[in-house]
Design a protein around this ligand. Structure first.
Ligand SMILES: C[S@@+](CC[C@H](N)C(=O)[O-])C[C@H]1O[C@@H](n2cnc3c(N)ncnc32)[C@H](O)[C@@H]1O
Length: 374
C-alpha cells in the first residue's frame, strides 16, 4: 500500500520538476526527490489529499526559516537574500538537512496543509475594484468610498490594497493605483485591449475578512508557515509578502473565523462600521470560492441577493477559476489556461441586479491581466 503511495508521490515530484524546470531550487530539488525514495517517503505521513510536493517544500522552507544556520539555508533567497544565492547543485545540502531533521519535517507534514496569501493578487483586485466602482457616484475624478469584505482572506493581506503601490504596465504607459512609493510593490502586465488607462482605486474606508483558518499577523509561527508556503525561487514573492506583513502588522484588518457563507454578514457589518453609511459594499474572493462545494456557492449567491436589500450599492467581485462564480457568464472559459483566473462582477444597485459580467482573465498571481470595462 505504502509502496504504491510512495510511487505516486515520486511521480508527482517528477511532474513538478518538469513543469517548473526553470526554478533553480525547487525544479532541481523536485527532480532529485523523484529519484530518491527515502527523501520522498517523508510525505507518507501527510493527511489524505495533502501528499503533494508543495507540502514537502513548505516544511523544509519553514525549517530553514527557523534555523538559518542549517546547510540547506544558503540556497534560499528568503534566508540569505537573492543576491547571495550560490551557483551549483543544491541537492546534496538540501538532502543532508532534510534527512537530518526527519522528525521535525514529518511533524509538519503530518499536521499542516499549505495555505497562501498572495499579495500580488492586488493587481487584479485593484483593477476589479476600480471597474466595480465605475458606475457609482463620483466626486470629480474620485469614486465614492467602499467597505471591502474578503471571503477566504487568509491573513487579510489583500485587504491592505490601498496601502500598496500597484502598477499595471502596458505597451502604451503605466497606470498607478494605490499608494505610490509604498514599500509593498505589486506589478502586473496589462494585456487589455484597449489598455486600462485612467483607472482610479476607490478609497477603502472599512475592511474585514472571513476565513476558516485566519492567520493572525502577530502570530509569528503561523505567519512563518504562510511565508514557508511561498516559493523562494520566484523573484519578489517572498520580499513582497514580508513588506506587506510589516506594513499591515501596524493596523491589522479584522478577519472573522468561520465559513464564508455563515460569517459573511458579520464581516459585512464590521467593514460597514468603519465606513460612511452609504459606502459601496464590495465583497471579494480570490482563489477561495473554489474550495467551497457548488451548492454552498449557490447559497452564497442567494445571500448576496438578500444583502442587496440592505445595501444600496453592492458588488460581488470574484477572482476564481472558470466555472466557480455562480451567475458569471463563462464565455471566457475557453481562453483561460490551466490555473487561469476569471474576474467576475455582479452588481446590485438600489436593490436591482445589473447583468453579471466576466471582466476578463488574469494570471493567478496577478502577473498579467486581460480585462474590459463593465
Ligand atoms: C488559496 S487561499 C487564498 C487566500 C487569499 N484570498 C489570497 O488570494 O491570497 C484560500 C483561503 O480560503 C480559505 N477558505 C477555504 N474555504 C473556506 C470557507 N468555506 N470559508 C472561509 N474561508 C475558506 C482558506 O482557509 C484559505 O485561507
Amino acid at each position: 500500500m505504502d509502496s504504491e503511495r510512495l510511487a505516486r508521490i515520486q511521480r508527482r515530484f517528477a511532474e513538478f520538476g518538469q513543469e517548473y524546470a526553470a526554478l533553480p531550487l525547487y525544479g532541481a530539488v523536485a527532480r532529485a526527490v523523484a529519484d530518491d525514495a527515502e527523501a520522498a517517503s517523508l510525505l507518507l505521513v501527510a493527511r489524505p489529499g495533502q501528499a503533494r510536493p508543495v507540502l514537502w517544500f513548505a516544511a523544509l522552507h519553514d525549517l530553514v526559516l527557523r534555523h538559518p544556520d542549517l546547510p540547506a539555508a544558503r540556497w534560499y533567497a528568503s534566508v540569505v537574500g537573492r543576491e547571495h544565492l550560490p551557483p551549483g547543485d543544491p541537492w546534496p545540502e538540501i538532502r543532508e538537512t532534510a534527512m537530518g531533521h526527519r522528525a521535525e519535517l514529518t511533524d509538519l507534514m503530518a499536521t499542516r496543509s499549505t495555505q497562501t496569501n498572495e499579495v500580488n493578487r492586488s493587481v487584479y483586485l485593484a483593477a476589479g475594484l476600480a471597474l466595480a466602482a465605475a458606475d457609482g457616484p463620483h466626486r470629480p475624478g474620485v469614486p465614492g468610498p467602499i467597505a471591502l469584505v474578503e471571503l477566504g482572506a487568509s491573513a487579510g493581506l489583500l485587504l491592505g490594497i490601498d496601502r500598496y503601490d500597484i502598477e499595471l504596465e502596458s505597451g502604451t504607459g503605466t497606470t498607478q493605483l494605490g499608494r505610490s512609493g509604498s514599500p509593498v510593490r505589486c506589478r502586473g502586465l496589462d494585456r487589455s485591449r484597449p489598455p486600462l488607462h485612467g483607472l482610479t482605486l476607490p478609497p477603502v474606508e472599512g475592511r474585514a475578512g472571513v476565513d476558516l483558518h485566519p492567520v493572525r499577523l502577530d502570530d509569528a509561527d503561523a505567519v512563518r508557515w504562510l511565508m514557508a508556503c511561498l516559493w523562494p525561487d520566484v523573484p519578489g514573492r517572498v520580499e513582497r509578502f514580508v513588506a506587506a506583513r510589516d506594513l499591515m502588522l501596524v493596523d491589522p484588518p479584522h478577519v472573522v473565523e468561520g465559513d464564508m457563507l455563515d460569517a459573511m454578514p458579520s464581516a459585512v457589518s464590521s467593514a460597514r462600521a468603519g465606513s460612511h453609511p452609504d459606502a459601496h459594499v464590495v465583497v471579494f474572493s480570490s482563489w477561495a470560492l473554489s474550495y467551497v462545494a457548488p451548492e454552498r456557492r449557490a447559497d452564497l449567491a442567494a445571500a448576496m441577493d438578500l444583502l442587496s436589500r440592505d445595501v444600496a450599492e453592492l458588488s460581488w467581485l470574484t477572482a476564481e477559476p472558470a466555472g466557480c462564480a455562480p451567475g458569471v457568464e463563462q464565455a471566457e472559459t475557453g481562453r483561460v489556461g490551466a490555473g487561469g483566473t476569471v474576474l467576475g462582477l455582479r452588481r446590485w444597485r438600489s436593490g436591482r441586479e445589473r447583468p453579471p459580467v466576466a471582466l476578463g482573465t488574469c494570471h493567478p498571481h496577478g502577473e498579467w491581466l486581460d480585462l474590459h470595462r463593465a
